[in-house]
Every structure is written in C-alpha cells, then in structure tokens.
Design a protein. Structure first.
Length: 296
C-alpha cells in the first residue's frame, strides 16, 4: 500500500510539473504572438479579446453552471477573476512598452516579494537581496536606462495582481476545482471587456481578428490557466514556485524567437538574479502542503 501510495504521489508530481512547464511555454509564446497584434487593437483591445474568448471557450467546454458553487466561494471566485483580469491587462500594457522577458521578470518579483518580506529566516534575506538587485538593475533609475518607466509600472502592478491571484487561487482550487478557471475568466471578461471596446471599438468583431483572438485565448488563457489549476492541485507549493521561476527565461526566449527582442547583458543578469531568488526561495521553503490544501 505504501509503495502504491508513493507511486501515486510520484505520478501526481510528474503530471503537475509537466502541467506547469506546458503552461509556461503556452502562455509566454501566446503573449509574444499577441504582441504582434498590438498595432491593430492596442494592448487593452488584445487583452479584452483574449480574456473574453477564453471565457466563452471555457464555458462551452466545462459548462460550469451544471455544478453548484459551494456556499461562501462566490466572493473568492469574484476576487480570483478580478485579479486575473487586471493581471492580464497590466502585463499586456507592460508588454506594449518593454520586452517580454523583462516585464515577466518584474511581474514574478511581485509574489516573490510578498513571500520574502513576510519571512523571518536569515537565509531568505539572501534571496530578497538577489530579487532587489535584479529589480534595481531593471528599474529606470539610471539616466541611460532604456526601459519605459510606464511599462515598468504596469509590470509592477501585474506582479501585485499575481500575488493576489495566488491567494485567491488557493481558496478556490480546492472548493471549485477546474471550474474555478471558467468562473474566474468570466469575471475577468466582465471587468476588462468594456475597456477593450472603448479602445478598439468594432475592430474586435472582425472575423479575422476573432480568429487571431481565439488562438491567443487558447495559448495564453484557456490552456495555461487550466494547466496551472491542475498543477496547484498536485504539487507542493515550493515545487510549484520553483518551476514558475523559469517564466522570465521562457518569456525572453519567446520574445527573441517571435519578436526579435534582444536583451542587454545587464538585463539578462537582472533576470537571472530574480530567477535565482525565486528558485532559491522555493527550494529552501521546506516541505509544504499542496497549494489546494492551504488553510481555508
């Protein structure tokens, strides 16, 4: 029985890790593809199109209305959806102004900072120092810094939303399961769609644009968030955090291959500092319960 239980845990961990890595590839290459459409719709228009189509797709596939939402989970689902929508909108507005890899590195520092600032362990100050060093190298504090400060600000806002998204996701993943993504995406669409319509107007309804938006929605929302929710159910929190720490590198690779975005050596050093801080924090976190088992 113990052997079978160990095999089940190993299988769950392998599936969870595969889900996280597939999610990172899908969301980052989807973001790079989405950025090629910014000249047509603007960042807000593309974000609204992506989220709305992803919500429609998830509702058709999962039909979450057939299952009752547990009492007390509604407000957490609304918060999960709101942070999901604002996170996507802010990071797209950042992508519009700064390279993908840099924006994602700043975004990752958001939830990482929340964890590290709340820690009292001496070793975590090393990871905090690495994260701060990476941010200082990226922030437009120098007169020769090439980054748009507005883009950096949007990336920081996306990082804050990501931290709140994780907190809400812990609450809803166990109570609602995979349906949480469908409900959350609907709430995100209700929030973001009016902003996209105000910016892009009737161009959002063009058949060609809708097809492009559908591809972006699948790559950047429906597929990765569903994979991420499944990973949250299977992986310890520290393993999940370790795998997610690779996101800036995957984003930089996607930006290079699709958008020909070339980072400076200093920007690469900054990204590596933030990745090291995220990975180190996850590795030294110790054995924690799976994310779905967080206190309710």
């Amino acid at each position: 029985m113990n052997r079978d239980g160990g095999q089940d845990r190993d299988r769950a961990a392998l599936l969870g890790a595969g889900a996280v890595l597939a999610s990172l590839i899908s969301v980052n290459f989807g973001a790079a593809f989405a950025k090629t459409v910014f000249p047509l719709l603007g960042a807000a228009g593309v974000a609204a199109l992506r989220i709305s189509l992803a919500a429609a797709l998830l509702w058709l596939l999962r039909r979450p209305w057939r299952r009752r939402v547990p009492a007390g989970a509604g407000w957490w689902l609304a918060g999960y959806g709101a942070t999901l929508g604002l996170m996507n909108l802010c990071i797209y507005l950042a992508f519009e102004r700064i390279p993908l890899g840099v924006a994602i590195a700043i975004e990752v520092a958001g939830p990482l900072g929340v964890v590290l600032f709340g820690s009292r362990r001496p070793r975590d100050f090393c990871w905090l120092a690495a994260a701060v060093a990476g941010l200082l190298l990226l922030l437009p504090l120098r007169s020769d810094a090439p980054l748009d400060p507005v883009g950096v600000g949007f990336a920081c806002a996306a990082g804050l939303c990501w931290a709140l998204y994780i907190v809400a996701g812990k609450r809803v993943s166990g109570a609602v399961g995979g349906d949480a993504v469908a409900w959350g995406m609907l709430a995100a669409a209700i929030l973001v769609l009016p902003l996209g319509v105000a910016h892009a107007g009737v161009a959002l309804l063009s058949p060609g644009i809708l097809l492009i938006g559908l591809a972006i929605a699948i790559l950047s929302s429906a597929l990765p968030y569903s994979l991420e929710m499944e990973a949250m159910r299977r992986l310890p929190a520290h393993v999940f955090g370790l795998l997610v720490s690779a996101s800036p590198a995957v984003g930089a690779l996607a930006g290079f291959l699709i958008l020909d975005e070339r980072l400076t050596p200093l920007q690469w050093i900054a990204i590596l500092c933030i990745m090291a801080a995220s990975a180190g924090s996850a590795l030294t976190a110790g054995q924690q319960p799976a994310i779905e088992d967080a206190p309710q």
